[in-house]
Design a protein around this ligand. Sequence first.
Ligand code: GDP
Ligand code: MN
Length: 397
Amino acid sequence: MNIHEYQAKQLLRSYGAPVSDGRVVLRAEEAKTAAGALDGPLWVVKAQIHAGGRGKGSFKESDAGEKGGIRLAKSVEEAADEAKKMLGKTLVTHQTGPSGKQVGRIYIEEGSDIERELYLALLVDRVSSRISFVCSTEGGMDIEEVAASTPEKILSFPVDPATGYQPFHGRRIAFALGLSGQQVKQCVKLMGILYNAFVEKDMEMLEINPLIVTDKGDLKVLDAKLGFDSNALYRQADVAELRDETEEDPKELQASKYDLNYIALDGEIGCMVNGAGLAMATMDIIKLYGAEPANFLDVGGGATKEKVTEAFKIITSDKNVKGILVNIFGGIMRCDVIAEGVIAAVKEVGLEVPLVVRLEGTNVEQGKTLINESGLNVIAADSLSDGAQKIVKEVKG
Ligand code: GDP
Ligand code: MN
C-alpha cells in the first residue's frame, strides 16, 4: 500500500526526520488559509498523487496552467492560486500512464533553498535478503535513467539484521554522497531514523528523491514516497488509515474487498485461475500463443461460490477483455464450486465474450456436468495449452 507525500512526511517527522512545515488542502477555499499559515518568502505547491515525476508532468486541462505538478510561489496569494488551478485536474506523468491521475489533494510547503539534490532509498533487497540503503549523488532527476546510463553512480549498503543499523552505515552513506562536517553527523542520525521507521512500520520501500543539502548546509527530506507491506497492515492500524482508495485501480480495490489476489494488466484475455503459480503459468502460455493477459487473478484455495462470482464480475467489467479463460486445477479448490460461481456470475451479468473453461482435479466431473447443463455458451478445454490456444483463437480470430 502506498501513501501520499504529505502523509509520508508527517510520519517521518514523527520519527524526527527534518522536513519542511506544510499544510494539506482538500478544497480550493482552504488554499489561502493553508498558505498563510506558512512562512515565506518561498512556497512550494505540490499535487498529491501516488505517482512520481510530478514536477516534469503536465495537466490535461489547459486551465491548470502550463507548469507541472510542483510549483514555486513567491506569495501567499500566488500559492493559493496555483493550488486552485491544480485541484480536480488530471496530472499525467511518466508513472501515471497516458490517462493520468486526478488531483484531489494539494500539499503547500515552505520552500527550501537547494544547494545539492541527492537520492536515497531503503528497500528489501531480495538478493541479499536484507534491508538495504541505496543512494546516489544524482538526486532530483529520474533515477531509472541514472540506473540505465550510469549504474556506477548508484551505491547499495545492505544492513545485517543481526546488528541492525549502525553508525558506520550512516558514515559510509555520507561519504558516498560527498557530505562533510556537520552533514556527516546529520546523515548518521537521519539514516538511523529512516531505518527505524522502515522496520517499525513494515515498509517495503522508502524513497527520498531528492534528499537535499540546503543553502545553510543542512540535510532535508524534500520528497518522500513510502510503500507498506499489505500483509502487515493488520498490525499497522495507523498506516492503514492513510489509505486513499481513490488512488487505486477500482477493480483491484473491489477484488481486495473479497480477498482475491487480483492485479489489473492491459491485455485482452481475462484469466480466472487458482494458485499463484498456475496463474503465472497461464499468463505465460497466453503470451506464448500470441495474446496478452488482461489480469492476474488467483482466486485462492478456499474460494466460495460468492468469491468466484465476484471475481468473474470484476473480469467482465474490464472493457479490454475480449475473451475469458478459466483455468482450474482443483486440489483444495473444488471444480464444482468454480462451476457454480461462473454460472451464477454469468446469470447475473451476462456473457458477451467467448469463455473457455479448463477444469481438472477434485470433483471435475460434477463441475463439467454443471457447466454442460447450464446452457451457457462455454468452450471446453482439456489441458492448459489447449485452453490457451482455444481462447487466443477466439479472440484473435
Ligand atoms: P516529483 O517530481 O514528483 O519527484 O516531486 P519532487 O517533490 O521531487 O519535486 C520535484 C523537483 O521540484 C525537485 O527535484 C526540486 O528540484 C523542486 N522542488 C521541490 N521542492 C522545492 C523547494 O522547496 N525549493 C526549490 N527551490 N525547489 C523545489
Ligand atoms: Mn521526487
